[in-house]
Write a protein that binds this ligand. Sequence first.
Ligand code: KIV
Ligand code: ZN
Length: 633
Amino acid sequence: MAFIPPVAGAGGGGPRRSVGERRPVLPVCGHASQRVRGGGRVGRSAPSPPRMTAAKTSPAQAEAQDVDFLPAQKPTKHDLATGRDPNRVKIFDTTLRDGEQSPGATLTGEEKMIIARQLAKLGVDIIEAGFPIASEGDFHAVHAIAEVVGNRPDPPIVCGLARALKADIDRCWEAIKPAAFPRIHTFIATSDVHMEHKLKKSRAQVLAITTEMVTHARSLCDDVEFSAEDAIRSDPEFLYQVFSAAVAAGATTLNVPDTVGYTTPNEFSRLIRGIRANVVGVEGVTLSVHGHDDLGMAVANFLSAVESGARQMECTINGIGERAGNAALEELVMALHVRRNYYNTRLGRTVGGPPLTNINHTEIYQTSRLVSSLTGMLVQPNKAIVGANAFSHESGIHQDGVLKNPETYEIMDARSVGLKDNSMVLGKLSGRHAFRSRLTELGYELTDEEVNRAFVRFKELADTKKTVSSWDIESIVNDEVRAVDAPRVALHRVQVSCGNLCVPTSTVSLSVVNGAGGDAAAAGDEPSAEVTTSATGTGPVDATFKAINSAVGELVDVALEEYTVSAVTKGIDALGEVTVRVRDGATGRRYTGNSSDTDVVVASAQAYIRAINRCTIAHEAPEPIHPQVFGAL
Ligand code: KIV
Ligand code: ZN
């Protein structure tokens, strides 16, 4: 049971304001005043403050009285069909789009589908499944997610990204239209620096494109989100004009991105208030926030924006994404949950009423592990909510306090995010049935063939290791999923000799498809005969990677950028999980590979070969288009 600190009691200190006294709407980014279009102040009828039992006013209540509460929101078709509270804060997950833009985090269509299923189970409201015009692969992945995940019971909205270009929007619509609730998300930059140097367009042109492209998107789909890229560094008056044009053209969500992670909580909050005060028709749409974590403030910025009227947050699992990443879903959601009394009060909602988000918290941990494993983006141990140390109390004094009363140092229970005691074991006598039910408990929906493959790995592991925990199972299943179909390079054998008195030496035997003609492998052509090479190195892993490099020869030229090994469970017989990131010498793009095995040299060789395979396969397709790296529209 999570510990919820009570709303500060009666008589708490802090500044007071008399009831009815309101803080004036603050200027945004140096603008001295804000006009309210259509006359009068922002048309919000403030509901009576939530009823509290305390006779006096707490600081949170006093502050809440300053806020322009949003009026009750009109339920959307999706809210009505899924029974979701229209007044919740909507969670828009962009792990599969912005998250996948992290260097090296490229996912296959199958991996995207597995993550999308888990996101639906987690209860996200919108899945941004990709950028369909980027490549054939992205198009098919978005289409498949729209078809499958977008039509499951209690489906999320499935969204695709499109630049403000007709071709992008048409391609996006083709990809998402099988979903029960499709959404087109189109965007154009509105800051002077982006318009001048990237788009090479004037303000008038950007305004006209907004109207034209939102109108076009709306002619295809009745749910259209419009983003003003780099909104934070845009001139607010121009931003209001662009947003007003987008609403007039039919946008149903307005998104305010902090593209470069530059804003601060108060500044973001003021901008949201400014938009509410100045954008014509804003009361009929959902205001959304999107932001990057370059200054480490993304989560704080979003929470501040929500207090000012934003009702959709665009975030990623584990906070992955461009550069320093996006706002982390798990941190936002748990902040709204653990501090729900505070946020309910600040948002003018009933304390003790329905949850602030639709997220099923107990799926958070599983989702985090899945995304980390499939993207190869490891979670730092001290990461809030999902890091390995997030719930451990190692220091003596804390441990003592926690044992006496968990509330001394814990504000939430690890079980509330789904961190279970996964040491429940299967042994070598466990049958296929027990194995399958453990997979189901872990959230995997696998075909019979996939279960069979994983079961073989499980039996092999159970022969080596006395007990197999859920984490081991998760690791071997993810290992199978990460294996590349039709690999260009395959490992047959690796053998090392090492120790304090010898030069570490490795011998590997691989099959390598000749030339870069990867279609050969896809078409079932014979791979080359086995190639065996040896190399020495500073250690057994270094020697192995050098031997692999010499075996693959001309096929690909990669440089190792990152190598990590971690133990899946405690104990000397633990599976070692290896993640490598390589840089392709030809394109500069990054690829990751990971693998697990009780022998870390084998896991290392497999992980390295997987990264090489991803790189080689990528050479065979045209370079995908990056949504934010493009010249004049
Ligand atoms: O960061 C950003 O501005 C984006 C937009 C495409 C929404 O990702
Ligand atoms: Zn972004």
